[in-house]
Design a protein around this ligand. Structure first.
Ligand SMILES: C[C@@]1(CC(=O)O)c2cc3[nH]c(cc4nc(cc5[nH]c(cc(n2)[C@H]1CCC(=O)O)[C@@](C)(CC(=O)O)[C@@H]5CCC(=O)O)C(CC(=O)O)=C4CCC(=O)O)c(CCC(=O)O)c3CC(=O)O
Ligand SMILES: NC(=O)C1=CN([C@@H]2O[C@H](COP(=O)(O)OP(=O)(O)OC[C@H]3O[C@@H](n4cnc5c(N)ncnc54)[C@H](O)[C@@H]3O)[C@@H](O)[C@H]2O)C=CC1
Length: 195
């Protein structure tokens, strides 16, 4: 859960994996450079949202990056990128080398401010994808509104109630209420003077 807004992200490679990582990161940043001599045609859909550079990997192209994704199909290049990142303290994800990555990418979906991520630590990305698909059905799209109201009530409770045990009990209780019950609670708390 990093705040990536305003941070430069560089992705090296223009294939299927680079495209998937780019789409994912576009949800979090609009400063994304993608470097590759060749790009698959899917990149055309997002060309106006990224900075594409038609070139092989060169160190000077990734200077100043906060995060780097090494996503070429050349192990040697990916390794070279990971060494550059290590030497320059840059967070790095190497798509074919868990051991030389600072982080790996989980399978994720969002419902507004709710994020659900699944990872197997590299043991089976297919299983992560399967579990993610199952959970997506359990958390339908209208969850977005539910989370929004939960957040609003939480703010009211944190402002109006002083006693920390009382606060915690009230907040714990909220997650067992339906959307309709939450709307009712919000009204009650807005009118209450708290304790
Ligand atoms: C370690 C990690 C590093 C990283 O990329 O951060 C990694 C590594 C590798 N994946 C490989 C293959 C596949 N990856 C996928 C899919 C996803 N891979 C993702 C993450 C990760 N993949 C990290 C671990 C995360 C975890 O454990 O959960 C997801 C979750 C997120 C994303 O990429 O956005 C995304 C699903 C998104 C979704 O749909 O929800 C599929 C499935 C498919 O394409 O249908 C396959 C083919 C089937 C299979 O292998 O299972 C290979 C090549 C092996 C080879 O062929 O040699 C390597 C390299 C290696 O293992 O060394
Ligand atoms: N982490 C993951 O989720 C997955 C990782 N993989 C690994 O990722 C690698 C890439 O997979 P794909 O995207 O499917 O391959 P791909 O063949 O579709 O794309 C490879 C891209 O790398 C670019 N490239 C090659 N050398 C380069 C260099 N020196 N500088 C810049 N760009 C360069 C190519 O132009 C091409 O655009 C695979 O070799 C595999 O090891 C594969 C599947 C999933």
């Amino acid at each position: 859960m990093l705040n990536l807004s305003g941070k430069k992200i560089s992705i090296i490679g223009g294939g299927k994996v680079a495209f998937r990582k780019t789409l994912n990161l576009l949800e979090y940043s609009r400063d994304i450079t993608v470097i590759s001599p060749k790009f698959i045609k899917e990149f055309e859909q997002i060309n106006d949202k990224i900075n594409p550079i038609k070139s092989k990997y060169k160190e000077e192209l990734i200077k100043g990056s906060f995060i780097i994704i090494a996503a070429t199909d050349c192990r040697k290049t990916n390794k070279e990128i990971s060494i550059y990142c290590k030497n320059n303290n840059i967070l790095c994800n190497v798509v074919d080398d868990v051991d030389n990555s600072n982080f790996i990418v989980p399978s994720t979906f969002k419902r507004g401010d709710l994020s659900i991520s699944v990872s197997t630590n590299g043991k089976s990305p297919s299983l992560s994808k399967k579990i993610r698909t199952k959970l997506e059905k359990e958390y339908p799209v209208d969850y977005e509104d539910y989370i929004k109201v939960l957040g609003e009530i939480r703010e009211i409770i944190l402002k109006k109630f002083q006693d920390s045990k009382k606060k915690k009990d009230l907040l714990n209780e909220l997650v067992d209420l339906s959307y309709e019950e939450l709307i009712e609670r919000r009204k009650n708390y807005e009118n209450s003077s708290g304790v």
